[in-house]
Design a protein around this ligand. Structure first.
Ligand code: SF4
Length: 404
């Protein structure tokens, strides 16, 4: 289970004031001492995360955030980091200290959870430290809150069961492709092996799609773009070609027009983001003007080579198709600016390293600032004039408007 990538696990994060017992709760749930537990307020500075198995639900990531309620400069930095955790959280736990409940702070957070439609579970920590009537009075003010103490195993068991139950209701196994094809479909996947390809392995979208095809009873064939013509000659029937979007231009010329064609990152957009929004974002490419700022964001943090898609190929193509003098900024890994209003366009990678909730929050931030956002695959398809063709399968399935 430890092999489940973080992007495929639901994320549970613990929020609350400094010294509310968040780290003790984190350690009790994970059964480790990963988070520092101390009576000194503000001991946890950076969020601490752990991939774990929460039965009966399954693999999750649990995050212990820095405490809030410290007004120092360090406190401000902690608040920022804590807020960034909100962007990748599927279920929030809010720790309320039974001895010092600070319910106004909780209500501020509860409003933020509601604004984000983020489900949350209030937990009354250190439940053994107050008399039973005081605990009962607090519970009466917090409908749905569960008491928890690391000294009361039965409470911890109940909390874990409730987290697991709620996660089960959030789990969405959204397919990339499986439901779009008949069971006996023949799929050819085109995987370039250039200096950008990781040594000795495939990247996550490729592995996921192979697994989906196997699960769905499809026959899948994997080839490089160089071997593709031979592969097409050898196969008597091909129902779909899925290519790395960097090879779109060449693959579109090689694959006969009657064979449907799409890209891994277009299918990723279907699975873990908002395909219609990202598709609409491609229209902004033609509206770019001299001096406009464009953000190119990817969630990989690998070294950059001369064949790098985000730093080299997309900037070159952007310059070629627009003919404009643009200002490009780059964001990698978990860095993603909250203030996107200065940008005319965001071009994001498929986001295979982050969860659906984090990807959707990135899209939400762009939309709130009315900044168009698209992804690498759709951008490349647009620039190579094959947007219509590469999304035809999804249009036929009614997943994007036919006029988009
Ligand atoms: S650039 Fe994005 S989509 Fe591509 S492998 Fe990295 S995280 Fe995944």
């Amino acid at each position: 289970m430890n092999t489940t990538p973080q992007s495929n696990r639901l994320t549970v994060s613990i929020f609350g004031r400094c010294n509310a017992g968040k780290s003790a709760l984190f350690n009790a749930i994970t059964n480790t001492e990963n988070a520092i537990v101390s009576d000194t307020p503000g001991t946890t500075t950076d969020p601490v995360s752990k991939s774990m198995e929460l039965l009966p639900h399954g693999p999750i990531v649990l995050i212990d955030t820095a405490g809030l309620g410290d007004d120092s400069a360090l406190g401000e930095a902690r608040v920022k980091k804590t807020q960034s955790v909100l962007n990748r959280t599927d279920l929030a736990l809010y720790a309320i200290d039974a001895q010092a409940p600070a319910l106004d702070d909780y209500r501020v957070f509860a409003q933020e959870f509601t604004r984000r439609t983020l489900p949350h579970l209030p937990l009354i920590t250190k439940s053994d430290a107050v008399p039973a009537p005081a605990l009962a009075a607090l519970r009466a003010q917090l409908p749905g809150a569960l008491p928890v103490s690391d000294r009361r195993p039965e409470e911890l068991t109940q909390v874990k069961a409730e987290i697991s139950r709620r996660l089960d209701t959030l789990r969405e196994d959204r397919p990339m492709l499986q439901d779009l094809l008949p069971a006996d479909a023949v799929v050819v996947m085109v995987v370039p092996v250039d200096s950008e390809a990781p040594r000795g392995r495939l990247i996550l979208p490729q592995v996921q799609l192979i697994r989906e095809c196997l699960d769905g009873g499809h026959r899948c064939h994997v080839t490089t773009e160089k071997e593709l013509p031979q592969a097409l000659r050898e196969l008597r029937r091909v129902d779909l070609v899925v290519t790395d979007s960097q090879a779109f231009a060449l693959v579109a010329r090689t694959v006969p027009a009657e064979i449907p064609l799409t890209g891994f990152s277009i299918l990723m957009a279907r699975q873990k983001s908002d395909l219609p929004v990202l598709l609409a974002g491609t229209q902004a490419v033609s509206d770019l003007r001299d001096g406009d700022r464009v953000l190119i964001a990817e969630t990989c943090t690998h070294n950059h080579s001369h064949e790098d898609i985000g730093r080299v190929k997309i900037p070159a193509l952007l310059q070629k198709v627009t003919g404009k003098s643009l200002r490009l900024d780059f964001a990698a890994g978990r860095d993603y600016p909250e203030h996107l209003e200065d940008y005319a366009l965001v071009i994001h990678c498929g986001g295979c390293m982050i969860s659906r909730v984090e990807m959707m929050n990135r899209i939400r931030i762009a939309r709130n600032k009315q900044v168009p956002i698209t992804n690498y695959g759709l951008f490349l398809a647009h620039c190579h004039g094959i947007l219509e063709r590469s999304t035809a399968l999804l249009r036929a399935a009614g997943e994007v408007p036919s006029h988009a």
